[in-house]
Design a protein around this ligand. Structure first.
Ligand code: NAD
Ligand code: G6P
Ligand code: MN
Length: 442
């Protein structure tokens, strides 16, 4: 076993990169790093965040080698872990994903509904390219991938790179579990054991206990029935007003099935009319981020570069960064930590498609994730998940075959879309907007 690791962050110009670099530095005692590299295909974004991170690393850990590059060979040679979070098309294209469906009265969202489908059609090639670079230059490395839409990306890598060492992950359950811990007055979400099943951004908690096995669900349900997922915690990543509204809305999601606790993303499928009514078609989440999170991160980078120091003003890191470092640590040191990951079902959900990419608890060690059995699921969740997984599979098939028909079917099948005619109108406009990114559809 190695005692020091080399990590490449792909999507080095991402708003999440500084937080992950910070988290890697803060966790050197349990996950020792000898080198951090950033890789991006956009030299400008990479340059600014790269310089700021270089200052941060050299000030606090001068012994850690640091570099940033747009050259895949330099980025991917002799690495142990690739932590990936790319956004193909940047916020400019996310804005279109959100605004085009809204024109037709349909949910406009990064990963759900037509916007998520459009983003999936862009992301697949980008993520496959990263996997191929990693396998070419570092055949033994692992890719821990946050790049969205994770459900579609996971299905694409399952089909097209079935033996690759890529693990697709999401931080939403982790963030919500942080809120659960806060509601319960626990110091950390790691004080809980959870059972959960679903697809990415489409799942439910069925059991939450403390480490002694005591059932914590009744207390949580009582809180959620009244307040949704609102708590006192300052969640750095989800602090915008739109996120606070999302956490409140969990109350209405919970009302549909008081046996379980829902993932917040279910709001786009259960209450699409409400979501559309409460959206501004001229100012969506992409716009909010460009003047919010993205501006904050890049302003901070400029500040650090100007002062040549990150000692006083510095970046933030939260559950998002902790989770990916925990995952790397689990693989590196075979810790067998229990973590929610996106994996091929293979019976983990007994009465569900074996080939579906599902999100379930797994034990993680040196050979990757071992999914835990979540048993049989009820008709309500099963019906919803079957519809949604078919959407995700159709998108990947449409991408592989260049099939207009299958993509139209995918949009029509999405629970967020009211009819085949609306699906077609949105699809035709999305095709125009995505000419530079999608395969040609026939
Ligand atoms: P961002 O636009 O700030 O950063 C993405 C970076 O990726 C950009 O610098 C861009 O130049 C780069 N990029 C795009 N295509 C690339 C390619 N082919 N090769 C290399 N680099 C490429 O986006 P962000 O808001 O920081 O988010 C980054 C990604 O992380 C998004 O996909 C987002 O949805 C995802 N994310 C996922 C989760 C999750 O739960 N899975 C959580 C948070 C963020
Ligand atoms: C959650 C989800 C991610 C998503 C992120 C940011 O953490 O799990 O998949 O990318 O939120 O969403 P935002 O709308 O703030 O960019
Ligand atoms: Mn997610």
């Amino acid at each position: 076993m190695k005692d020091k690791f080399v990590v490449t962050i792909a999507g080095g110009g991402s708003t999440y990169t500084p937080g992950i670099v910070l988290m890697l530095l803060e966790n050197m005692d349990r996950f020792p790093i000898k080198e951090i590299r950033l890789y991006d295909n956009n030299a400008e974004r990479q340059g600014l965040l790269g310089e700021a991170c270089r200052i941060m690393v050299s000030e606090s850990h001068p012994g850690v080698a640091f570099s940033y590059t747009t050259d895949p060979q330099a980025a991917f040679t002799d690495v142990d872990f690739v932590m990936a979070h790319i956004r193909v098309g940047l916020y400019e294209m996310r804005e279109k994903d959100e605004k085009i469906p809204l024109k037709y009265g349909v949910v406009g969202q990064e990963t759900c509904g037509p916007g998520g489908i459009a983003y999936g059609m862009r992301s697949i090639a980008g993520v496959l390219e990263l996997v191929d670079y990693m396998e070419q230059y570092s055949p033994n490395a692992w890719m821990l991938n946050y790049s969205n839409p994770a459900a579609i990306v996971a299905e694409a890598t399952r089909q097209l790179r079935p033996t690759s060492k890529i693990i697709n992950i999401c931080d939403m359950p982790v963030a919500i579990e942080g809120i659960f811990a806060d509601i319960l007055g626990l110091a950390s979400r790691k004080d809980m054991n959870v059972r959960y099943y679903g697809l990415n951004h489409f799942g439910w908690w069925t059991s939450i206990t403390d480490k002694a096995g005591n059932d914590l669900m009744p207390a949580l349900k009582k809180h959620v029935a009244e307040h949704g997922y609102c708590s006192q915690t300052e969640d750095f990543q989800h602090k915008a007003p739109s996120w606070i509204a999302t956490f409140k809305k969990a109350k209405d999601l919970f009302a549909l099935d008081p046996q379980t606790l829902p993932n917040t993303y279910l709001k786009y499928y259960f209450y699409p009319d409400y979501e559309v009514e409460h959206s501004d078609p001229n100012f969506t989440r992409a716009n909010e981020i460009v003047i919010g999170r993205e501006k904050e991160v890049f302003d901070m980078a400029r500040h650090i570069v100007e002062r040549k120091s990150a000692r006083e003003a510095h970046f933030h890191a939260g559950a998002h960064a902790t989770f990916i470092v925990d995952l790397a640590c689990a693989i590196a040191f075979n810790t067998q930590e229990r973590m929610l990951l996106i994996v091929e079902n293979n019976g983990a959900i007994a009465n569900f498609d074996e080939t579906a990419m599902v999100e379930v608890p797994c034990l993680v060690g040196a050979n990757g994730p071992e999914p835990l059995a979540m048993g049989r699921i009820p008709s309500f969740q099963k019906g919803l998940m079957e519809q949604q997984v078919a959407v995700e599979k159709l998108v990947v098939e449409a991408w592989m075959e260049g099939s207009y028909q299958k993509l139209w079917q995918a949009l029509t099948l999405s629970k967020t879309v009211p009819s085949a005619s609306v699906a077609k109108a949105i699809l035709d406009e999305l095709i125009e907007a995505n000419r530079d990114y999608w395969p040609e559809l026939r």
